[in-house]
Write a protein that binds this ligand. Structure first.
Ligand code: C5P
Length: 374
């Protein structure tokens, strides 16, 4: 166990040592510590290095490869997986510099958890709270299970889009929709539980990122398309996002002003957004093996879904029947349309739909591997 200088302002080495039953190391150049165990050996003696809490400062130093205290030196010297559990003020978490450092750490192979959202010690509210201990324990167990994780989708990479997009009119206004992102997040979670390496490209939502899932946050459809492209190649692409069909033709630099007359008509010019699903379905090179789209229909569900399947070049369409009270609710009633046929699933929770879909995907890959081997 390593206690940093800042950490020692909050807890004493004595209380940490007696509660954990472990030796607490503090100084980089301590003769007794080095005699017992050099800092290189210390960083490699564990199966997993957990930085908890991971402050903005420590993450910045680790992202830059600095080694100016025992903790940062151990992080640079280790050859073991590293898990960072961030805890900081919401503004610090959302600062461009922290975002840059988190992206760099993730690109370097470090697992950085998403902090919890809620009230903070400083009185503010937002993302930055230390995740609850059971979430941390779950993530530790997952990482200890191996780099690829376990499960039938281990070794497969999935890209999932979720949530709405926001199309700005000016610096303070945008066009969007009511998508909550729940179904997309549940699918990302289910795929990760089955062992897949999951990238979730998400528009603005209030949802926590599922454990073991890497989230790329975007606002507009164009940004979503760029983030999806940057996440490919992948084995599976699932477009669950409610992408805005249009965006304002121009984005005003300053806030648009009222003209003053109640009868004044204001014309808004819109242009079509790129169809992300269609562009992935049509790919010649690096097309994911399974491209799945969603469709909300109110009538003639199968016919419309089949049309969409062909138009967008997907392999499967998950059609929601939204003629009842499904929209915005916790449950979903789904028709799975594939090139081979259609299957009606009973009404069930969104998490159950997600797991059934993930299992279906795993079974399909399993079958194709068996067939290839025969
Ligand atoms: O055409 P429609 O919007 O009904 O199609 C829905 C499906 O297409 C969803 O899977 C959605 O994520 C995807 N889509 C997309 N890009 C768009 C519009 C829809 O990826 N611009």
């Amino acid at each position: 166990m390593i206690l940093t200088r800042a950490g020692a302002e909050f807890v004493t080495p004595l209380s940490l040592g007696s509660l954990s039953g472990d030796k607490v190391y503090q100084e980089l150049f301590s003769l007794t510590d080095e005699a017992e165990m050099g800092h290189i050996e210390l960083s490699r003696s564990a199966d997993l290095v957990v930085v908890c809490p991971a402050t903005a400062d420590l993450m910045a130093r680790a992202a830059s490869g600095l080694a100016n205290d025992l903790a940062s030196t151990a992080l640079l010297a280790t050859d073991k997986p590293v898990l960072m559990v961030p805890a900081m003020n919401v503004r610090m978490w959302e600062h461009a510099a922290t975002k840059r450092n988190v992206a760099q750490l993730r690109a370097d192979g470090v697992t950085v958890m998403e902090p919890d959202v809620g009230p903070m010690a400083c009185g503010e509210f937002g993302a930055g709270r230390l995740p609850e201990p059971d979430r941390i324990a779950k993530e530790v167990r997952r990482l200890l299970a191996g780099p690829q994780g376990h499960g039938p989708l281990a070794g497969f990479r999935a890209v999932v889009t979720a949530g709405p997009t926001r199309e700005p009119l000016d610096p303070v206004r945008f066009i969007s929709n009511h998508s909550s992102g729940r179904q997309g997040y549940a699918i990302a979670d289910a795929l990760a539980r089955l062992g897949a390496d999951v990238r979730l490209v998400t528009g603005p939502t209030q949802l926590p990122v599922p454990d073991g899932v890497t989230a790329l946050r975007v606002e507009t459809a164009v940004e979503m398309q760029d983030a999806v492209k940057a996440s490919l190649p992948a084995d599976i692409f699932i477009g669950v996002a409610a992408v805005a069909d249009w965006r304002p033709a121009t984005r005003a630099q300053g806030k648009l002003k009222l003209k003053g007359g109640a009868d004044d008509k204001v014309a808004l010019q819109l242009v079509e957004n790129p169809d992300i699903l269609k562009s992935i379905g049509a790919k010649r090179k690096d097309r994911p093996r399974l491209v799945i789209g969603f469709a909300a229909e109110t009538s003639d569900v199968e016919r419309h879904a089949r049309g969409k399947l062909a138009r967008k070049g997907c392999d499967w369409i998950v059609a929601n029947d939204v003629s009842g009270d499904v929209m915005g609710g916790a449950d979903n009633e789904v028709l799975l349309v594939t090139k081979a046929g259609a299957e009606r699933w009973p009404r069930m929770g969104k998490a159950e739909v997600a797991m059934k879909l993930a299992e279906r995907i795993a079974a399909t890959f399993d079958d194709s591997q068996t067939n290839a081997a025969e």
